[in-house]
Design a protein around this ligand. Sequence first.
Ligand SMILES: Cc1cc2nc3c(=O)[nH]c(=O)nc-3n(C[C@H](O)[C@H](O)[C@H](O)COP(=O)(O)O)c2cc1C
Length: 342
Amino acid sequence: MPISTEISAPTPSAGPRAVSDSDFPLGTSLDNQLRFLLNYAVLAPSVLNTQPWRFSVVDHKVNIYADRSRQLMVVDADGRELTLSCGAALFHLRVAAYHFGFESAVYPLPDPANPDLLATFALINPRRATDDDESLFRAISVRRTNRRAFAETPVSPDVIRVFERVARDSGSRLAVLTTAEEKESVATLVEEGIRLGGEHPEIAAEIREWLRSNSDPRRDGVPDRAQGSWDRRSDVRSPSAVLAPRKRELVENSPAVLVLTTDTDDPKAWLDAGQALAHILLVAANRGLYASYMNQPVEVERLRLELARIVGGGFPQIVFRVGYPSYREGTPRRSVQDVLDD
Ligand SMILES: Cc1cc2nc3c(=O)[nH]c(=O)nc-3n(C[C@H](O)[C@H](O)[C@H](O)COP(=O)(O)O)c2cc1C
């Protein structure tokens, strides 16, 4: 895959990245180098920062496994968002491989007897990174979820076209909603989804498990500082009656609302959509654009059907808004040692 984008230089910001190019274990075994690349995979976004992945490095290949112990069994019973998250980690791995001079190959769901083995990733040939590859690589340490209100500055049609092409190239489709009517229709679904979720205490309990106070030493979950001040707190989640209209307002006031859809709704499609999402987010980060998600309309079947109608069909996989932020905050990550099985 040539990773092709039209992107400008990123603005670096403080973040969880713990390694630099000079740490690359040149001259050591390929397996060792593959283990090093995982430092970039673990910086991928994941639902509620669950980081629901495990890796093993065997015979010059990385196996990427779903870590079901981190699956949201109520909100994400079929593991769709878990698989999207692992797809994002896979894309980061591919970008890191390009940066360090490797062509790679991906074998999705290679073992029908083991559906938790989501992909095998292999380095195949030496390859010189292109400028676009390097831009994506730099963006790995810049990208963040940003849940605050965005500036009104519109997202240029050129950037939107790049997003759409990236989605298409990965076998997904991106609907970009920028008119007030379009955004309002999605905002209504987001609001309804949050209200419906509020009627199920088990959803709030599951989400609460992954919310962290700012002083929590665990390297996963979402710290209070990464939330809007009006949003979820580590101890108490904002009541849905408060959250719903606020999220609605955020959606309506965002420059663009994006809905990523696929033609089928199965683990392979989720893995591809996760890669497309990560690719779009890195392109966006290079442009100073940040993203924030609201998946409630995808998590409730009736709302998902309505959303599909709004965006012209397909299976909506993720809903996010993008814009220029006024505030940035990062989330922690577990180290490669924490997620490596050998
Ligand atoms: C599949 C998926 C679903 C997500 N859903 C939500 C969501 O509904 N609400 C939200 O605020 N963030 C959502 N996120 C963002 C994660 O919470 C975020 O990626 C994680 O906390 C790590 O933080 P970072 O993106 O700043 O690195 C989602 C991310 C992924 C990959």
